[in-house]
Design a protein around this ligand. Structure first.
Ligand code: SME
Length: 162
């Protein structure tokens, strides 16, 4: 296990994700505490991409989503299933890319500077575990490449770590 990660800001988005995926698989260890693993997961993403203003987990308690480990400014503590981008991704069980948060009906503005967002649901053994939420202060920060690799990372988390 390595407790630092290498970041190449000059690499392409694909290359940066490939490097990140490899390192996250070394950084996270099933034997470590869940909060420990989720915390380092968010830190590794934040360290890798300047475009991320906020990255964190909202975890499902059987009723609602509640704030989990994150990197960024303080955020909303609870989100109802079906509310905002997080609650909608949790309800539909599908990744949502929001190029402009003002155009997403019901977007929850935890950070007024947030302009775009991507939310990936986390499913563990066919049940909702929570969502991974990434925000950016720029419009159009997340695309299909982000979706592909974030889904791969979340799949690894749900199968191997959580
Ligand atoms: N914008 C999210 C709320 C969480 S914050 O972005 C950290 C939403 O609409 O669900």
């Amino acid at each position: 296990m390595s407790e630092s990660i290498f970041v190449d800001k000059t690499a392409t988005l694909d290359e940066q994700y490939i490097l990140l995926v490899k390192q996250i698989k070394n950084l996270l260890v099933k034997e470590d505490n869940l909060i420990t693993n989720l915390s380092n997961f968010t830190a590794a993403l934040k360290q890798t991409f300047n475009k991320i203003s906020w990255v964190g987990f909202y975890l499902y308690d059987g009723t609602k989503l509640y704030l989990g480990p994150f990197q960024g400014k303080v955020a909303c503590t609870q989100i109802k299933i079906g509310s905002g981008v997080c609650g909608t991704a949790a309800q539909k069980l599908e990744t949502i890319i929001v190029p402009d948060v003002d155009k997403f009906p019901g977007h929850i503005a935890c950070d007024v500077e947030s302009r775009s967002e991507i939310v990936v649901p986390i499913i563990k053994q066919d049940k909702l575990f929570g969502v991974l939420d990434l925000d950016s202060t720029e419009y159009n920060s997340f695309n299909e490449t982000d979706k592909k690799y974030l889904e791969e990372l979340v799949d690894y988390l749900s199968k191997e770590i959580i």
